[in-house]
Design a binder for this molecule. Structure first.
Ligand code: VGL
Ligand code: ZN
Length: 202
């Protein structure tokens, strides 16, 4: 058992990010058994769930003429336009059926405002609108977070970078995460995490 100050944060292990899903991450389902096993060692387990309205601004389909995986400019900066994924209430937005959800005390939904994307479990992509997870963890005396899930180079990395910025000791278990790797995004995310003091472990 880990000390009570350690939390496990399981990022977006949802059908749409697993093989067969709308924004499938290669091998996304391979990490589930390991994540299920990790849950028993942590007194605090948090799951996140990407949870978009159908008219979400991060969907290429909502930008006439835009191709999926192209870039656009949002008021808060550059934004990848994704295939429509994790729409509220759909099968694709549900957790993968093999993921254990009973051990989790908190499920954080993010990306539910139509005009702004939210990769991180802590802040939306403007980097200032909080989800409340920081307060939840700090209130419970958590000082160290272990991050796993999907995708390494987007939601896991953004969450880890914010965790480090907020003063948590942050570790990403890369063996329990899988990447989208869009135009070098995985190498870039790993460099940024290392530079921010995030521990990258297998
Ligand atoms: C994610 C792209 C869009 C993720 C979520 O979970 O990494 N990536 N929405
Ligand atoms: Zn999303």
């Amino acid at each position: 058992m880990k000390p009570a100050t350690d939390a496990l944060i399981v990022i977006d292990v949802q059908n749409d990010f697993c093989p067969g899903g709308a924004l499938a991450v290669a091998g996304g389902d391979e990490i589930i058994a390991r994540i299920n096993g990790l849950m028993g060692a942590f007194a605090t387990v948090v799951l996140t769930q990407d949870w978009h309205p159908a008219d979400h601004a991060s969907f290429a389909a909502n930008h006439p003429g835009a191709a999926p995986f192209s870039l656009t400019q949002m008021p808060y900066g550059p934004q990848v336009l994704w295939p429509t994924h994790c729409v509220q209430g759909t099968k694709g937005a549900e957790f993968h059926p093999d993921l254990r959800t009973d051990p989790a005390q908190l499920i954080v939904r993010k990306g539910f405002r139509a005009g702004i994307d939210s990769y991180s479990a802590f802040f939306e992509n403007d980097r200032t609108t909080a989800t409340g997870l920081e307060g939840y963890l700090k209130n419970r005396g958590v000082t160290s977070v272990t991050l796993v899930g999907l995708a390494t180079d987007y939601c896991v990395a953004y969450s880890a970078l914010d965790a480090a910025r907020l003063g948590f000791k942050a570790t990403v278990l890369e063996g329990a995460a899988r990447a989208i790797d869009l135009n070098g995004s995985l190498a870039e995310a790993r460099d940024k995490m290392r530079a921010a003091g995030v521990a990258l472990e297998e």
